[in-house]
Design a protein around this ligand. Structure first.
Ligand SMILES: Nc1nc2c(ncn2[C@@H]2O[C@H](COP(=O)(O)OP(=O)(O)O)[C@@H](O)[C@H]2O)c(=O)[nH]1
Ligand SMILES: [Mg+2]
Length: 825
């Protein structure tokens, strides 16, 4: 895009140069053949030299003008791009905009040193004189020395600029940048435009129309018009209108567009006299005329810049406003004020000159009808004195800007425009005649005017652009440097903070892992302890419960109840042991919860709040009577008896000692028996032995003896067995239940259940601690991430402003070095 633009300007440049070379060649030809060419032999050598000098100056200035124009053009394209970047940066990260409240409010803040830097830089930064008319901004913020990017924010006494939301300022700045970019493009358009407009105004009847005709060397504009004239006449070279001489009358309220015929009515030049009298119909008359003079003499088409002459209506009360507004239009490069030498400056004339002088800096004052003044010196003194007051700048260079002439003297020698519709031949001839008559004052005026328009147009067109650009670069520079410093400062502070919080974060990370391990250990330990305690407690009960009668024996008659009650009692004992184990588990769990909370509080301090109250009574609330249902031991008769010799002997009244001896005896008898049996079997004399023993008691004797013995022993035995039921039953039942309970894996399952519940319950505080740690970590993490992101943002932003600053400085220097003054030959 930029390249294309550059090429275009370079191309344009080359074109201009070629054009100039042509003129240069042409001028050589003219010089060489001047005698035989279009000019009469009456032209003096001095005049020829002056003419070629003028041409050379034009060419040099044109070249320089174009170079400067191209540089400014590029710079405008560049700065529009910079503004674009600034705008999008401002959208992403609202710019810091220096405000009146900044220094005092900043002095107490971390950014205090920045405020001081800024203050100092303000003192040292020497700015170019302001071009108020270009920047066009009123003074709103006293201490802010931005010129172009100054924001128009009205402050009342109570409110502070700093109170405005940062994004609100960003929005205002955004609008401002858009506005400035637009203005830059109109400046670019203006400097690219080679046409120049000379605006002629003054009091009624001061001779404005006559003066314009004199400049054109042709009676184009009607003279002696009625005071009602409010229409503007713009005289333009006919080449703008395909070489056709005609008048385009633009009705009031319509915007003129030469390509659109509905925006104007076409008339001939002869109709002009009538048209200027039609006060309320047309706003402007575009008068296209062909300038028949040579390029170096023509004002409208002089080969350097195209001049349009505007004959404005007189400054009466009705038209003052329009004229004033018109003269302020951007395309007006020069204002010529025509004053009648016989008259004083009127009040509106004074106002107009003062206003125009403000706007355009310089104004040409033509004191016309000087021929009718007798005491010319006195008149000159009077006028100059007034000019000095109205526009000191104009007065300083009065010989160039204030002229005393008689326009009608020039016009009088010209043929009537009616005679020559096409303006060939005879027009040229008449210009010879005119050239022969010396009009040194008017020549000087023309020369000054030409000089001004041709040589100093850089001042009127390029200078405002240059001033505007320099001011704008200064502003960008200032904003960039403040923002860059702020971002760098922010970065330093954030890095410091990051250094502070990073170890904290890492430490908490380590702590979190550690505490999790510790909590896990507590949970494991507790559940393990609870498990083994439960198992131990159940086994202890199982092993001991049958040792003693658990319920009172109600006698043989209530045996079934006894059995049932015993069974229930044993079960109850087992359940009690389980309950006890649960109670123990509750205590242990409570302790563990306490330990976990203490651990967390020690490290997390206020970040951990154990608001939940631990209710151990909520543990083991599920019914666990499954044991009762599952253990239904089928009883056999053997469950009621548990015969033992010891018990039997004891029941017979033997002492403990005897029973012990019996035990020994029983054991040795058994061993003898076993010995004898084994011997008998090994020797094969079993039968013989049986016979031997058998012969000790005869079969009969045995028969007689056996019955009462058996009965006796049976009675004693039954008696023993029955009386032993209270001992045997609990033991047998307990044993049976024990086996069943073991078969069911009851001790393990219950221990597991209780341990599981403990573990489950302990998970809650563990999770709480974990999440407290996590949120603590998250907090650090988020803070850290935000800092990292912000630091990155600061890096990007400071780099951006650094680059912007450099570009602005480079461009500013380049533009400052442009010399818009044209060389004087
Ligand atoms: N004596 C004298 N009369 C002039 C001069 N210039 C213009 N006039 C006359 O002043 C009158 C008004 O001129 P005009 O150009 O119509 O003034 P405008 O109203 O300012 O356009 C005409 O009669 C001109 O002939 C001059 O230099 N000397
Ligand atoms: Mg007039």
């Amino acid at each position: 895009m930029e390249d294309k633009e550059d090429n275009k300007t370079v191309f344009g440049d080359a074109e201009q140069m070629t054009y100039h070379d042509g003129v240069l060649e042409g001028s050589t030809v003219y010089d060489g053949e001047s005698g035989s060419g279009y000019k009469s032999s009456g032209i003096s050598g001095h005049k020829r030299t002056a003419s070629s000098d003028r041409r050379l100056t034009s060419q040099v200035s044109q070249l320089q003008y174009n170079n400067n124009r191209v540089a400014l053009d590029r710079s405008i394209t560049g700065v529009v791009d910079l503004l674009d970047q600034l705008q999008s940066e401002n959208k992403q990260r609202p710019l810091f905009y220096p405000t009146s409240a900044t220094p005092s409010s900043m002095l107490n803040s971390k950014k205090a040193h920045l405020a001081l830097i800024r203050k100092n830089s303000m003192k040292t930064a020497m700015k170019q004189p302001e071009d108020e008319s270009v920047s066009g901004d009123s003074e709103e913020l006293e201490d802010n020395h931005l010129k172009i990017l100054k924001l128009n924010i009205k402050l009342d006494h109570n409110s502070h600029f700093s109170n405005l939301d940062k994004s609100a300022i960003a929005q205002i700045l955004d609008d401002k940048i858009t506005q400035v970019s637009k203005h830059l493009l109109s400046i670019k358009e203006r400097i690219d435009d080679t046409s120049s407009k000379v605006f002629v105004t003054g009091d009624l009847n001061s001779g404005k129309s006559t003066f314009c005709n004199a400049l054109l060397r042709r009676k184009v504009l009607p003279e002696d018009q009625q005071p009602c004239t409010t229409v503007f006449c713009e005289v333009v070279d006919s080449r703008e209108n395909n070489g056709i001489e005609e008048v385009h009358a633009v009705p009031i309220g319509v915007e003129y567009d030469i390509k659109n015929e509905t925006t104007y009515e076409i008339f001939t030049l002869k109709d002009l006299e009538r048209l200027v009298g039609e006060c309320d119909k047309y706003s402007i008359l575009k008068v296209y005329v062909t300038d028949k003079r040579a390029v170096q003499d023509s004002l409208l088409r002089n080969g350097v810049v195209d001049i349009a002459l505007i004959d404005a209506p007189g400054l009466n009360l009705d038209s003052y406003q329009t004229t004033e507004v018109f003269s302020r239009q951007e395309e007006i490069d020069l204002v010529v004020f025509v004053l009648s030498a016989e008259n004083q400056f009127t009040l509106s004339a004074k106002e107009f000159i003062a206003a125009a002088a403000n706007e355009k800096n310089l104004i040409f004052i033509v004191v016309n009808r000087f021929d009718s003044i007798k005491d010319k010196q006195k008149c000159m003194n009077r006028v100059l004195e007034q000019v000095q007051q109205l526009s000191p700048e104009t007065y300083k260079d009065a010989s160039q800007f204030v002229h005393f002439v008689s326009s009608n003297a020039i016009v009088d020698g010209l043929p009537d425009d009616d005679d020559d519709g096409n303006g060939n031949g005879s027009g040229e001839g008449s210009s010879h005649d005119r050239d022969n008559e010396p009009h040194p004052d008017f020549d000087h005026l023309e020369e000054s005017l030409r000089n001004f328009v041709l040589k100093k147009r850089a001042y009127s067109k390029l200078q405002p652009a240059k001033t505007y650009l320099i001011n704008l670069f200064d502003d960008i520079e200032e904003l960039s440097s403040i923002n860059q410093k702020l971002y760098l400062n922010d970065k330093t502070e954030m890095s410091k903070k990051l250094d502070e919080i990073s170890p904290i974060y890492e430490e908490s990370l380590v702590q979190s892992v550690k505490i999790n391990e510790k909590i896990e250990a507590i949970i494991e330990e507790t559940s393990h302890d609870v498990y083994s305690n439960t198992k131990e407690s159940i086994y202890k009960t199982l092993n001991t419960v049958g040792d003693h009668p658990v319920v009172t024996y109600p006698g043989i008659l209530h045996l079934p109840e006894y059995v049932f009650d015993t069974q229930e009692a044993i079960k109850k004992n087992i359940l009690d042991s389980v309950n006890e184990a649960e109670q123990y588990a509750r205590r242990q769990t409570s302790n563990a919860v306490e330990n976990i909370n203490t651990l967390a509080k020690d490290i997390l301090k206020d970040d951990y709040k154990d608001e939940k109250i631990f209710r151990d009574d909520f543990m083991f609330t599920r019914r666990k009577d499954s044991l009762t249902r599952q253990i239904e031991a089928p009883l056999s008769v053997f469950d009621f008896i548990d015969p033992s010799l010891e018990g039997f002997l004891a029941s017979l009244g033997f002492t403990k000692k005897t029973t012990d001896q019996v035990t020994i005896w029983k054991n040795s008898a058994m061993s003898i028996g076993v010995f004898a049996l084994s011997r008998a079997m090994s020797t094969g004399r079993v039968v013989h032995n049986v016979f031997q023993y058998g012969s000790f008691f005869s079969l009969r004797t045995l028969q007689y003896l056996a019955i009462p013995v058996i009965i006796g022993v049976g009675v004693v035995g039954i008696n023993y067995l029955v009386s032993d039921i209270p001992n045997a039953l609990p033991r047998k039942l307990a044993l049976k239940i024990k086996y069943q309970v073991q078969e069911m894996d009851y001790p393990h399952q219950n221990s597991e259940r209780i341990a599981k519940e403990c573990r489950k319950v302990l998970k809650y505080p563990a999770r709480d601690v974990q999440s407290a740690f996590q949120s603590c970590l998250d907090k650090h993490y988020v803070e850290r991430e935000k800092l990292l992101k912000d630091i990155k943002g600061c890096d990007v932003a400071s780099a951006f402003f650094g680059k912007l600053l450099k570009k602005a400085v480079d461009q500013r220097n380049l533009i400052s070095s442009l010399d818009l003054e044209t060389p004087q030959l």
